[in-house]
Design a protein around this ligand. Structure first.
Ligand SMILES: Cc1ncc(COP(=O)(O)O)c(C=O)c1O
Length: 392
């Protein structure tokens, strides 16, 4: 078949890593690869009860088309949740999206022409790279350290006025688990206002903090309307709902609504109504507390097993929440080669290169600690550490 594809497809290469990770889905393989929540913690009974109430009381609305912006009562609940995160907004400022992933896609549609520059942390979220690659973005990695993206580096690049936006994950970043410090959040909001730089703040993990104090988002310091905030129910209820949201200035929100209409008209009415009913009738804070307790323990087990088993020359981040930690090996380590051996030994992770839009990161591994139970984590890390030791 001689098929001509759109130009943009040339930037979107199939990932050899994805192919290899398919092997990790074989039964019996311990996977630290995905970003999956713990399925046994999903509040299934509460959601079942919420779904029954929706079907009994609002079945017709649940199966009808709805507004692109989303269901009003859910947007109101989200506005309350935003207030708890120190972001003042009304339900009108909230746009429901089909997961935060759709939010990234809509932002690409609204802001990016082919070749436009965007600033990103190094490394950054794999599926954001994929989303922005569809729009042929020109990735400009910004210096990043243990406190997150370096504001001076952002300021310098923003001064040149070329970037359409900065994409940043403030809490327990995917993939490194790092958190942007409070001082830097303030500084970035100030730079956004002064340089008229849009900031896309992608914050799916805000409520998954196991240690330390919650930090206010960059959006809470936004005086200029330049910060666009994304979050999701994927980590606090369940990702299968595919329901997230964007808070943006009215001007940006209106453009996003047009893009959303073209993409999917609206997010599933049934999913939104069940979520809304679940949040109204059941104690989601208690659920999030349980999730945090379980993930906090799993993180501690992974950290402790790494400390006991990993050979010299390896270090890793110590996140205070979220779902990932980031292991750095000696400069000469090739994480792809480690993965090939690890999959044979029944354990999987994501090698670092996928998170670097301009290449690099060969000696890093992202490990997920939310999905496997503690005893499985101990076993998987022991297998991985043995491979790392052998390869040194
Ligand atoms: C940083 C980041 N942004 C967005 C998403 C996508 O979330 P959703 O399930 O809401 O599409 C994820 C999912 O893991 C993520 O880690």
């Amino acid at each position: 078949m001689n098929t001509a594809y759109a130009q943009r497809m040339s930037a979107m290469k199939p990932s050899t890593i994805r192919e290899m990770l398919k092997l990790s889905e074989r039964p019996g393989v311990i996977s630290f690869a995905g970003g999956l929540p713990a399925p046994e913690l999903f509040p299934v009974d509460d959601i079942r009860a919420a779904a029954e109430r929706v079907l009994a009381e609002s079945g017709a609305q649940a199966f009808q088309y709805g507004a692109s912006e989303g269901i009003a009562s859910l947007r109101e609940q989200i506005a309350d949740e935003m207030a708890a995160r120190s972001i003042a907004c009304s339900a009108d400022d909230v746009l429901i999206t089909t997961g935060s992933q759709q939010g990234l896609d809509l932002l690409g549609k609204v802001f990016l022409d082919p070749g436009d520059a965007i600033l990103t942390e190094t490394p950054t979220y794999l599926a954001a790279i994929q989303a922005f690659q569809c729009f042929e973005a020109n990735f400009q990695p910004v210096a990043t350290d243990d406190e997150g993206v370096v504001p001076e580096a952002v300021d310098e690049l923003a001064a040149r006025g070329l970037a359409r936006f900065l994409y940043v994950i403030p809490n327990f970043q995917n993939p490194t688990g790092r958190t942007l410090s409070l001082a830097r959040r303030r500084q970035l909001a100030e730079i956004a206002a002064r340089r008229k730089l849009l900031i896309v703040e992608d914050d799916p993990y805000a409520r998954l903090r196991y240690r330390g104090e919650h930090l206010p988002p960059i959006k809470s310091f936004d005086t200029s309307g330049q910060v666009i905030y994304l979050s999701t129910f994927s980590k606090t209820v369940a990702p299968g709902f595919r329901t997230g949201w964007i808070v943006a200035s009215p001007e940006v929100r209106d453009k996003l609504v047009i893009a959303k209409q073209a993409a999917d008209l609206h997010t599933s009415s049934f999913d939104q109504l069940v979520l809304e009913r679940y949040l109204r009738d059941f104690d989601n804070s208690l659920h999030v507390e349980r999730v945090c307790a379980a993930y906090g323990e799993r993180y501690a087990v992974m950290d402790e097993t790494l400390r006991r088993q990993m050979p010299e020359g390896f270090s890793w981040t110590r996140p205070e929440g979220g779902m990932f930690l980031w292991v750095s090996g000696p400069e000469t380590m090739d994480a792809m080669a480690v993965l090939a051996e690890a999959v044979d030994a029944g354990v999987a992770f994501v090698p670092g290169t996928d998170f670097f839009p301009r290449g690099g990161g060969e000696n890093h591994m992202r490990l997920n600690f939310s999905n496997a139970k503690p005893e499985v984590i101990r076993d998987g890390i022991a297998r991985l550490a043995a491979i790392c030791a052998r390869r040194l």
